[in-house]
Design a protein around this ligand. Structure first.
Ligand code: KG4
Ligand code: ZN
Length: 388
């Protein structure tokens, strides 16, 4: 099955074409095409993502990314594709996008695509809507099923994938799987008991961990996104073997639940820096102390959840799973404290938002014929992976 997948929940405009085969628990994915436009340079000016700015940039880049993905896949051929009657209605609120898409259909033949998968939540609603309307228009014009995908399921399943034969394969997954999903918008622990059936064990009560990385980076005068900037400096401090100059709290580390809180940690950094001229040495030392504290909180809760759930697999997903220290700490401590548990961390390209993960999740949903009606599918900014 060839799936064209779309992701616009935050600040990445992404379109991918995947060739998918296999079934639940053992499936292979070949990435035939991949278009990814990051808006981080635009949002860097504001130090974070502004929904209206993100929406405009998605509308601008959706068709170019579609053409990139189809072009990679060798599916961009000249011709015309007639528009369905519903086309103008579907895109009535997406002016810039409608114009580009009309031009695209007027000059390109229908590609050999079997279904369109789209992130419909969670995320920033104005951003999600661009993708949803784009996908609705593609699915009706090409007359293929529309697969609604939960962004967090994309992160979860992409993390289970292993690179194999130039593609990605998900296989031999020991159930239950505990998922630690850490990104700019989310921090949560979910348990996949049976294939694609989830329970949410806990989540952040305030800031997401990626958001805390981004805000601390901003306090240190570092650009958005802050995660990689913090990580780089923390590594320098660790390599220098300096003694601890800062000690930050580990909020809720010992609370009797699986929830997280990162706003207190962020505030502690703010107070430590108050009224100081920040030097590069401060940046490195604060970065390490902050990263140590965040990592320890994540590990403590995850480790407790592994004990309680007897999970056989731990998967880490989301943008923050690209963090080197978190990956190394989890690898080491799983081996020491939970030797029977298999840890899976996604390949770097699949950690931050992308459309490949949406196509992967979409495939398993398509196997279950979980399609949406393109005339009524809505974006849902607060969609959850599981009911509590
Ligand atoms: O999954 P993602 O691309 O978007 C959301 O769904 O939010 O995650 C983006 C987040 C940002 O907060 C970014 O700072 C963080 O992931 N991030 C990192 C690293 N790379 C990206 N955080 C810590 N260390 C990194 N190496
Ligand atoms: Zn994400």
């Amino acid at each position: 099955m060839k799936i064209l997948s779309i992701e616009t929940s935050c600040d990445e405009t992404a379109v991918a074409v995947l060739e998918c085969s296999g079934g639940d628990g053992d499936a292979s994915f070949k990435v035939l095409g991949n278009g990814l436009h990051s808006q981080s340079a635009i949002h860097a000016e504001y130090g974070g993502v502004f929904p209206a700015v993100a929406k405009r940039a998605h509308a601008e880049n959706a068709v170019p990314m579609l053409m990139k993905a189809l072009g990679d896949a060798g599916m961009l051929s000249e011709g015309t594709t007639p528009l369905p009657e519903s086309f103008e209605d579907t895109l009535s609120r997406e002016e810039g996008l409608a114009e580009k898409l009309r031009a695209f259909f007027a000059s390109h033949a229908r590609p050999d695509i079997d279904a369109v998968a789209i992130t419909y939540g969670p995320g920033l609603e104005p951003a999600l809507w661009v993708g949803v309307n784009f996908a609705r228009a593609l699915a009706t014009t090409w007359n293929v099923p529309l697969i609604p995908v939960n962004h967090m399921e994309g992160h979860f399943l992409a993390g289970l994938g292993v690179e194999e034969d130039g593609g990605i394969r998900i296989r031999a997954v020991g159930l239950p799987v505990l998922g630690l999903l850490i990104s700019g918008g989310h921090t949560e622990l979910d348990l996949m008991k049976d294939w694609l059936s989830y329970d949410e064990l806990g989540a952040t009560r305030d800031d997401a961990v990626g958001e805390a990385f981004d805000k601390v980076a901003r306090m240190l005068g570092l650009p958005y996104p802050g995660g990689p900037e913090i990580s780089k400096r923390a590594e320098i401090d660790r390599a220098a073997g300096r003694t601890d100059a800062y000690a930050f709290p580990r909020p809720m580390a010992s609370s009797d639940d699986y929830d997280f809180s990162f706003s207190g940690l962020k505030t502690a950094v703010l107070y430590a820096l108050k009224g100081r001229d920040i030097t590069e040495l401060d940046r490195e030392q604060v970065a390490r102390a902050f990263e140590d504290a965040a990592t320890e909180v994540l590990w403590t809760k995850t480790s407790k959840a592994l004990d309680a759930t007897l999970a056989k697999t731990l998967v880490i997903g989301g943008g923050v799973s690209a963090n080197k220290h978190i990956g190394e700490t989890f690898t080491k401590r799983i081996a020491e404290e939970h030797p029977g548990v298999e840890l899976r961390i996604p390949a770097r390209a699949l950690t931050t938002d992308n459309a490949v993960m949406i196509g992967m999740a979409g495939y398993f949903r398509a196997l279950r014929k979980e399609f949406a009606d393109p005339s009524t599918l809505s974006a849902n900014g607060t969609l959850s992976l599981a009911a509590r």
